[in-house]
Design a protein around this ligand. Structure first.
Ligand SMILES: [Ca+2]
Length: 298
């Protein structure tokens, strides 16, 4: 049984406060409707949240008057508004989905919307659910999801990341490690590593690196690239020209190309073909002997 003893939004119009309704959805979600507010339509605590006898407080702040208990927003971020959610009991492992409405005039780049949460322990804003916005009648609507509970900002991240690729110098052979340093106003989400137009792989956590088997690349000049993404797919790229030079006799399977084993791919002697030839010769020989015997009995 989940109850919200005291759903208590503050900072809203009195009419909105009095008409606030908390209800339990069929899937176990606790849905708190906030009609009439220009930013928040409803806040949903996902199933599994322990809200027994909890006092839930919701407060909204405008972009012009942010809450005092948070740090400055990183550069490159614009905000449509702030929300504070506190829960008196039940631990901190809740997750909330916030349904939003944002007047077009108050929105940043609609493709760059993300719900960010104030991490007091880390003293930083951290990005969480990206917000897919739909424009209708001059108002964007969408939802963002994040772990509960703290201060949240409905943000537009228009700050690009930075990245620097570091590949080994000189002629490269065998397996080499590509590394990258990357940074972003809200955090780097992943770094992809490419050779020209071919993606070699990606790393989703620091330190950003990838081991590359250069024998899979043709000998000669290549351009390695590192592409960093933030949480709303802003990108940055860094490249480095390299020369790959592996031993020409090196077989595709990494052998020395000289042992002649079947399947080695190095053009060595093929015992499989020899065995097939011997079988065919044996069949012809037996057939000839059988024919000779048949002729001899006539
Ligand atoms: Ca960014």
């Amino acid at each position: 049984m989940v109850t919200a003893n005291n759903v208590n939004p503050t900072g809203f119009a009195v009419a909105a406060y009095r008409s606030t309704v908390a209800s339990l959805a069929a899937d176990g979600s606790l849905v708190i409707n906030i009609p009439g507010d220009p930013l928040i339509g409803e806040i949903t605590f996902v199933p599994g949240s322990d809200l027994t006898n909890a006092d839930i407080t919701i407060q909204r702040f405008t972009a012009d008057q942010p809450p005092a208990d948070v740090g400055d927003l990183p550069s490159g971020v614009t905000v449509a508004g702030f929300i504070q959610i506190t829960v008196s009991t039940g631990g901190t492992n809740h997750e909330v989905t916030i349904a939003l409405t944002i007047p077009e005039a108050d929105a940043g780049d609609p493709d760059k919307a993300v719900l960010i949460k104030w991490d007091g322990a880390g003293d930083e804003w951290t990005p969480h659910g990206r917000i897919a916005l739909t424009l209708d009648g001059g108002v964007y609507s969408g939802t963002g999801t994040a772990p509960c509970c703290s201060f949240y900002a409905v943000a537009f991240d228009e700050g690009d990341p930075t990245v620097t690729l570091d590949a080994p110098d000189g002629e490269l052979s065998g397996t080499v490690q590509l590394t990258a340093t990357a940074d972003d106003n809200l955090g780097v989400q992943r770094v992809e590593f490419w050779a020209g137009d071919t993606m070699l792989g990606e790393d989703t956590s620091e330190p950003w690196s990838l081991d590359v088997d250069t024998t899979a690349l043709a000998n000669g000049d290549h351009t390695f690239r590192a592409v960093a993404y933030d949480h709303v797919d802003n990108t940055a790229e860094s490249s480095q020209d390299v020369t790959v030079q592996n031993d020409e006799t090196t077989g595709p399977d990494g052998t020395d190309g000289k042992d002649g084993a079947p399947g080695d791919g190095d053009g060595g002697f093929n015992f499989g073909v020899l065995l097939l030839v011997l079988i065919v010769l044996a069949v012809i020989g037996f057939a000839g002997y059988y024919f000779y015997k048949q002729q001899g009995q006539k």
